[in-house]
Design a binder for this molecule. Sequence first.
Ligand SMILES: [Zn+2]
Length: 294
Amino acid sequence: MSNASNTLRLMCVHAHPDDESSKGAATMARYVREGVEVLVVTCTGGERGDVLNPKMDRPEVQENLPRIRTEEMNRAREILGVRQHWLGFTDSGLPEGWLPDSGIALPDDAFYLVPTEKAAAPLVEIMRSFKPHVVTTYDEEGGYPHPDHVKTHEISVAAFRAAGDPEQYPDRGEAWRPSKLYYGHGFGKARVEALHQAMVDAGLESPYGDWLAGDQDWARDKSGRVTTRVECADYFHIRDEALKAHATQVDPDGFWFAVPREIQQKAWPTEDYELVESSVASRLPEDDLFAGLR
Ligand SMILES: [Zn+2]
């Protein structure tokens, strides 16, 4: 990979193909168009995902799901303008009721079951070759409790800390220390409430009513942890196109697209992050993942 010394680089680590388009995609689209090199790392192939779009739920799609999800990822990558790297682990699936301490068994080849030190090794290697200044991943709960999301968090933090240390993973390339690590907080309750209220105010039916009324522990408000809001409303259309490229996973007439884009742009024009580790000085709150690096 080419690494011009004056180019800023962003690495976004995700669990499955489609996560890059539903979490932080407008941020990536903005930075790509501002000249930042962006690499998406996808930990698993999404092999155990279901077909979530009724319009795509056909036997020939089911039979070829891994190949089709690869093609969908390629299309999303082109739309976003990013590069993308498969880490090669196998989707753990999401057994009903699974939580980290639930004792519910996962398949033997599940990404979640690979020891973190081992699973972080190929991520350290790609960090050392791509040399990102900024890395984004999920918070310690995975953003939501899917085993692959929790594991993605664990290996991202481990690799971020190890990549700059030549003593660790010495056979995985020359040490490179990324400067900043962020957790994405795209589904914070404050945002959902703002979108819900904007829909109600516009006289439209909000898709979030049940969600807000329910007791979604994982959706509890993490707004207090947000340090960095990246303005990216002008790029929501690119995010939406990338998400639609994952046609087996996303119903274009479903939940994801129930709030008109103009309402989203007004009600919540940012994607939000939590700065968790940094070796550069920047003043909080930030409006740029590269604050302190420019
Ligand atoms: Zn996922």
